[in-house]
Design a protein around this ligand. Structure first.
Ligand code: NAP
Length: 504
């Protein structure tokens, strides 16, 4: 079934068009017209969200769990159309879009179950001590929803990190209305998912202002959204440049609000000597596979392999090169991302000490992988070599010895992930690296590859800046709900005035 976008915004349940339009730029098929977002429309959506908070913020957990299930059902009912427009807009294969749809609906249902259990409320109780001097009052604490939340999805996950993705699921589960700024790379996919959310809200008899989607087309749409006085927090997944610009706007507000930005990362892999001696070729092939999955357009793409100098390093590079050479051209998500890949690749190639092992081709929007090699001395001398290039680009970083490997670890910026490839003989070196890597990354892995982020209770998808703008948070997994809650303490309040969740 071919889906033809209606091209309108969804503001509190109503489809609205403005006077001007912009055109989508799909990977295949015809472009479509979309109504241009405006600051006035953002204000309308935020006003509706604030109004809706007075009911939605005080709804029961069972009501919100039912909503999350209803949204998942409504998305599944539109599965064929979502895959149709999603593949055309993003160039991602149908199987990938279908898998991502399952992840998205699974995530919504996981949050439904999570809030029903109630542990996320972190209820605390300090009993009254009338005989203590001074007497202690009764103190109770619980997490409460913060109010309307703004969400910006990423281009590379048009479903799981977009309109009904992890940020939206977590905010709705918490009891926060959501205003999404639609991504210009997949506006049609975004509008169908928004329609599914509106249908679910209507079916549950909830205020339609709980959810709005404002399509973009102009930069001031996102700027107006993060500065709207009714917005209480922002969930953002995207580039370092875009995230930083919006983060700075949040910080400059008269009432600064938290900006939860999940940004870029090079996700280094440390390949330790015993593991390399035993299975270096296998690690190289696995790396090539992880590096080129989805044309390398994953935030957890392992862009750097850190190895020790010697014949093992030589063999590793050759094996990785052979595996990468065999990868056919893949479609990049947007013309802009393809252009940024070309520029990033050329910037690194022009840097002192960088040796090109495999030359990539990147025409209009299709790219093959790039492989570079550099000594740790040159890498340590040039911090720009540690910046993310979004796409299928790998760099082998050759260290003189274990001490230099440690120096590389210490020089890293914040990362979403760091990986160790190790065998029993590597334990001593791994023990030296661990305390350093723990300070750098949100997730540490052994003998695997970081692409593929499990949605579960123990997941941390975040890390020190620039991996994220808030190292205390995760954007994936049930812990991500904490971003949209704040603790409130109730001292000596009569039970009749306490939130139901505190008593139940
Ligand atoms: P992006 O270009 O930063 O776009 C993200 C969103 O922010 C879009 O809605 C975009 O609007 C908006 N935006 C960007 N710059 C803005 C500005 N200066 N002012 C106002 N709005 C602005 O990112 P992307 O291309 O979607 O994603 C690719 C990047 O995301 C990569 O660097 C990747 O590593 C990172 N990423 C991170 C994670 C993670 O979890 N950490 C996951 C996936 C991707 P328009 O639609 O108008 O462009």
């Amino acid at each position: 079934m071919s889906y033809h976008p209606h091209g309108k915004h969804l503001i509190a349940g109503a489809r609205i068009a403005t006077e001007t339009t912009w055109q989508s730029s799909p990977a295949t098929g015809p472009a479509h017209d979309f109504s241009t977002g405006t600051p006035a429309l953002v204000a309308q959506a935020c006003a509706a969200a604030e109004r809706a908070f007075w009911t939605f913020g005080y709804s029961s957990r069972a009501e919100r769990a039912a909503l999350l299930h209803a949204i998942a059902d409504a998305i599944e009912a539109r599965g064929v159309e979502i895959t149709d427009i999603g593949t055309r807009e993003s160039g991602l294969p149908a199987a990938r879009l279908e898998g991502e749809r399952g992840r998205t609906t699974g995530q919504l249902r996981l949050f439904a179950e999570h809030i029903l259990k109630g542990a996320y409320l972190d209820r605390r109780f300090d009993a009254v001590q009338p005989d203590r001097q001074p007497p202690r009052p009764e103190l109770r604490m619980i997490q409460r929803p913060i109010g309307p939340v703004a969400v910006f999805g990423a281009s590379n996950f048009p479903l799981a990190f977009s309109v009904a993705g992890g940020d939206t699921a977590a905010a709705l589960a918490a009891g926060c209305p959501v205003v999404v700024k639609g991504h210009s790379a997949h506006p049609g996919t975004g509008e169908i998912v928004a329609d599914a959310i509106a249908e679910a809200l209507a079916g549950q008899g909830m205020d339609p202002g709980v959810f709005s989607l404002v399509q973009g087309g102009r930069r001031d749409v996102g700027e107006a959204l993060v500065q709207d006085p009714r917005i209480r927090a922002v969930g953002f997944t995207g580039s370092l440049g875009g995230g930083r610009a919006l983060f700075d706007l949040c910080a400059r507000r008269p009432d600064p609000i938290p900006f939860f930005g999940e940004l870029g990362s090079v996700n280094p892999m440390f390949c330790l000597p015993a593991a390399m001696a035993a299975r270096g070729a296998g690690i190289a092939r696995g790396w090539a596979g992880s590096l080129t999955m989805g044309a390398g357009q994953f935030c957890t793409n392992p862009g750097i392999a850190v190895v020790l100098e010697g014949p093992g390093a030589e063999a590793f590079t050759q094996e990785a090169c052979a595996a990468l050479e065999a990868v056919p051209p893949q479609a990049m998500l947007t013309d802009g991302i393809a252009d940024a890949y070309r520029k990033g690749r050329d910037r690194l190639r022009a840097s002192p000490g960088v040796r090109e092992v495999l030359t990539s081709v990147c025409d209009q929007r299709n790219a093959t992988p790039t492989l570079y090699e550099v000594s740790a001395d040159d890498w340590l001398a040039n911090p720009a070599l540690g910046e993310e290039v979004f796409g299928p680009l790998g760099m082998v970083l050759r260290c003189r010895d274990a001490d230099q490997m440690l120096a590389v670890a210490r020089a890293l910026e914040g990362q979403l992930t760091c990986t160790l490839h190790l065998d029993a003989g590597d334990t001593a070196l791994a023990r030296r690296l661990m305390p350093v890597l723990e300070r750098k990354a949100g997730r540490l892995l052994a003998n695997g590859f970081p692409t593929g982020v499990e949605v579960c209770d123990a997941m941390v998808h975040g890390g020190p800046y620039p991996a994220s703008t808030n190292f205390g948070a995760t954007s994936v997994g049930t812990l991500s709900i904490r971003r949209f809650l704040r603790p409130v303490c109730y001292q000596n309040l009569p039970e009749a005035l306490l939130p139901a969740d505190l008593l139940g």
